[in-house]
Design a protein around this ligand. Structure first.
Ligand code: ARG
Length: 464
């Protein structure tokens, strides 16, 4: 008789699972990372069953104690993982039965792996989002520290990657602090929406026992109880929202890494990576490559891919649990690991950068970067902006032809283009004057940047 022994669902089966099917359906290799959350959920479920009169106090205690032993085995690396038991839920339960005996055989009363996995993922997500949030905060703190040193340091600001107007380095760095703040808010919102207890939904229709789900939610620290059992077991929005927030964060960090990679080129020469965050070439002895930054830039690809993978898996699934949903885990965990890896290395990289501020300052003054200031000068003298733009455009053309920068032009030369130019025009042409003029909230004047820095410090110090 080839009855399927050993599997919790063996009763109605007469044939063994084909080994290829067993390997194909097993999720243990990746869902084992949910083990500790699975144990926490099971202990709470045992307490709920006891409150509902379905477990005696000594049975509950035997289960909770047995789960403690399972946890200790996991932590010691002695837990016997068995692939033939498919997933982490059945592995933990089987081991518990071995350790705690008949009481443990009652644990799965009124519960399904469908509400169990939704619970485990939500518990995992709660811890994960806290870690990612801290990593983002540490990254923001590093950017704020570097911004504090560079409030007075000019660099060219770019549009179309062409020099446009001077900004201070701190202004550029703080742009990322505010981007990462939105990322922190997105992760926090994801965690808030995920803060709903799915356990008690059973397989799909709600558990058949009078479990006090509100008490269970309090036990597990959830703010609310899912109001629809079908939704609770079918929903993976929390994974998708995490992946969405992760994709956007990846995009932001990719842009930061791209800026740094560009700035480290000889062509820019704005920044030097410390040896500790660069690598060499196996053939070209002179090379110092910004690999860490390049990989941060590149990892946005998998963060996007993971989001699209789960969105695509979920699309068109009939309501209720479907095994397709097991495919959510590898993308979910890959994005978790990717984000944690990036956020683990990035603060140190930022702290170790040397900004070549002399080079940045001189670049900020080249390429007619204060031409807008010259047009603004004419506007202040009453010329409509469109005409001022035209006049200064001709001044720039003249400068290009003569090989002269704006501040090298004499008043006499300028007055050939407009009588409105006076001796005080020299005051608006310097990089520093251009910066100081932009004291509006959100502008790049050092005094405005100092205020933004205060705002940023406040954000970094607080939970999102
Ligand atoms: N391993 C499954 C998953 O990851 C757990 C839920 C399985 N439920 C089921 N009825 N097969 O989605």
């Amino acid at each position: 008789m080839s009855r399927e022994a050993g599997k919790p669902w063996a009763g109605r089966f007469t044939e063994r699972t084909d080994p290829t099917a067993e390997r194909f359906t097993a999720s243990l290799a990746f869902d084992r990372r949910l083990a500790l959350h699975d144990i926490a959920g099971s202990a709470a479920w045992a307490r709920a069953l006891c409150r509902a009169g379905l477990l005696a106090a000594d049975e509950r205690d035997a289960i909770v104690k047995g789960l403690d032993t399972v946890r200790a085995e996991l932590e010691a690396g002695t837990f016997p993982f068995r692939t033939e038991l498919e997933d982490i839920h059945m592995n933990v339960e089987r081991r518990l039965i071995e350790l705690a005996g008949q009481a443990a055989a009652k644990l799965h009363t009124g519960r399904s792996r469908n509400d169990q996995i939704a619970l485990d993922e939500r518990l995992y997500l709660r811890d994960l989002v806290a870690r990612v949030g801290e990593g983002l905060q540490r990254t923001q703190a590093a950017l704020v520290a570097r911004a504090t040193e560079t409030v007075e340091a000019p660099m060219p600001g770019y549009t179309h990657l062409q020099r446009a107007q001077p900004v201070v380095v701190a202004h550029h760095l703080l742009a990322y602090v505010f981007m990462l703040q939105r990322d922190r808010e997105r992760f926090a919102a994801c965690a808030r929406r995920a803060d709903v207890l799915p356990l008690g939904s059973g397989a799909l229709a709600g558990t058949g026992f009078a479990v006090d789900r509100e008490a269970l939610a309090r036990d597990l620290g959830f703010a609310a109880v899912s109001p629809n059992s079908l939704d609770a077991v079918s929903d993976r929005d929390y994974v998708i929202e995490f992946l969405g927030a992760g994709a956007i964060t990846g995009m932001h960090l990719s842009r930061l890494a791209a800026d740094l990679t560009l700035w480290a080129t000889a062509e820019f020469g704005f920044v030097e990576f410390s040896d500790a965050f660069a690598t060499g070439s196996s053939i070209m002895p002179q090379k110092k490559n910004p690999d860490v930054a390049e990989l941060i830039r590149g990892k946005s690809g998998r963060l996007y891919g993971n989001l699209v993978a789960v969105l695509t898996t979920m699309k068109g699934l009939p309501l209720g649990y479907n095994s397709d949903m097991q495919e959510d885990k590898e993308p979910f965990f890959d994005s978790a690991d990717t984000l944690e890896a990036i956020l683990g290395v990035l603060p140190g990289l930022l702290n170790s950068l040397s900004f070549q501020t002399d080079r940045m300052r001189s670049a900020a003054g080249e390429s007619f970067a204060t031409a807008t200031d010259l047009a603004d000068y004419l506007v202040r003298r009453g010329l409509p902006f469109r005409q001022a733009h035209e006049v200064v455009g001709r001044v720039v053309r003249y400068g290009l032809d003569q090989g002269k920068t704006l501040d090298a032009l004499t008043l006499g030369e300028l007055r050939r283009f407009s009588e409105l130019f006076e001796a005080d025009v020299t005051g608006v042409l310097s990089v520093d004057a251009s910066l100081r003029a932009r004291a509006v909230t959100g502008g790049t004047a050092p005094e405005a940047v100092r205020r933004a820095l205060e705002t940023a410090r406040g954000l970094v110090a607080r939970p999102a």
